[in-house]
Design a protein around this ligand. Structure first.
Ligand SMILES: [Zn+2]
Length: 258
């Protein structure tokens, strides 16, 4: 096989990194064309390494990667966008860690998801430039859009139980059914009350682009409700994913034991 086929160039955002061996780093990055990949940056921790400074968390880089037998190998890397405010401000850093962790937990390795990549890229940009008090709105926008791009878009316009259009009144949200339930059908478990105001904001976030929603000025109580509902739903989904991953692992172990 000619050598060039074993190399590929890609843009990537550094999601995780940890020390590996004597002087190497193990990186988890997200790419537009290949989804999440893991690779090794050899010698990245040597003081003389030119790669070292370019593989900081949350930075966007352009990389040349060599396909390895077990792990892909970082061959060259160039900084595209350092997102410096994420490294200079603890609050911005905490939001960046949150958005990256969500993407990490909702995606498997090498599952292409270009929309999720561009959402992450744009959101890291918003987290650099928004006023601190606007960061939570940027995070809610990201969460709702990410849920859509990873296959869990909540149903917000019709009741998930009866499928009828919901009336303009306070509703419920079902984690298990993934959407709004009208008061009449709200009798299953794991349901959160959802005020009409919160429902309207969720619909707005789900259907408008960020430039439109960023000017919303919401009361603190409404922000708290949005965070409670979205984080409750996300926690529920991640528990389900974890359980099905454990189940698959157990199946694999049992089939190997046969
Ligand atoms: Zn209903």
């Amino acid at each position: 096989m000619p050598n060039t086929e074993r190399l590929f160039r890609t843009e990537a955002i550094i999601m995780r990194r940890r020390d590996f061996g004597e002087a190497d780093r193990l990186l988890t990055v997200f790419t537009p064309g290949r989804g999440k990949i893991r690779l090794i940056a050899k010698g990245a921790r040597k003081p003389t390494s030119r790669k070292g400074g370019h593989v900081e968390l949350f930075t966007r880089v352009d990389m040349l990667v060599a396909k390895g037998r077990d792990l892909d190998i970082l061959s060259q890397v160039e900084m595209v966008e350092p997102y410096l405010p994420l490294h200079e401000d603890l609050v911005r850093a905490a939001y960046a860690a949150h958005v990256v962790e969500l993407l990490d937990r909702f995606t498997g390795e090498e599952e292409e998801n270009a929309r999720a990549y561009y959402l992450l890229r744009d959101t890291l940009g918003f987290l650099c430039t928004e006023e601190i008090e606007n960061l939570r709105l940027a995070a809610r926008f990201y969460e709702l859009r990410l849920l859509s791009w990873v296959g869990y878009q909540p149903q917000l316009f019709t009741c998930v139980v009866g499928n009828e259009a919901v009336n303009a009144q306070d509703q419920y949200f079902s984690y298990a059914e993934g959407g709004v339930v009208c008061p009449e059908h709200a009798h299953t478990e794991r349901m959160m009350p959802l005020s009409l105001g919160a429902l309207k904001v969720l619909r707005y976030l789900q259907t408008q682009d960020y430039e439109t929603v960023r000017v919303l000025n919401l009361r603190g109580a409404l922000h708290a409700e949005l965070e409670r509902v979205l984080h409750g739903y996300i926690t529920y989904l991640l528990e389900q994913r974890l359980q099905s991953a454990n189940f698959l692992r157990r199946l694999r172990r049992e089939s190997m034991a046969d």
